[in-house]
Design a protein around this ligand. Sequence first.
Ligand code: SF4
Length: 153
Amino acid sequence: MGKETFYADGLRFECTGCGVCCKLAGGFVYVSDERIQTLAEYLELSLTEFTDTYLDIHENKYVLKSAGQACIFLENDVCKVYESRPEQCRTFPFWAGNLKSKYRWKLTLLECEGIGRGKLYSQAEIETIIKTQIQTENGPEPGSAARKKPEST
Ligand code: SF4
């Protein structure tokens, strides 16, 4: 059984595709080695091309570059890699920080119009999503798979 939380009865969420979370300033989108590989393939780029074009390093971890205040993959308010988007994007808004308290969740509600509609996520489902988000942010370290694998053409 999960711990006692304000979302014990679950929370509703359905993404409307508004793109607001892709423009939240000051954040970083971390990408795993597996996701780097998937995104490079999706965009038909070599790992080196992908890394040089789309990735920065923050605190020794790969993050997506931004274009001004928005994610580099946002084009006309649409994510151009949506099917292959990173785990951090897939897990929003169910991030540990957003679910720390009811107050924090209410602040997230102001940013995300998808909260409160659509599918009801149970506490167990939400906690599984939080784990994925935390794991993604704790890894990966640069200089590993993305740069070491031979360049594909
Ligand atoms: S802010 Fe919410 S509804 Fe809008 S794109 Fe992001 S997750 Fe979807």
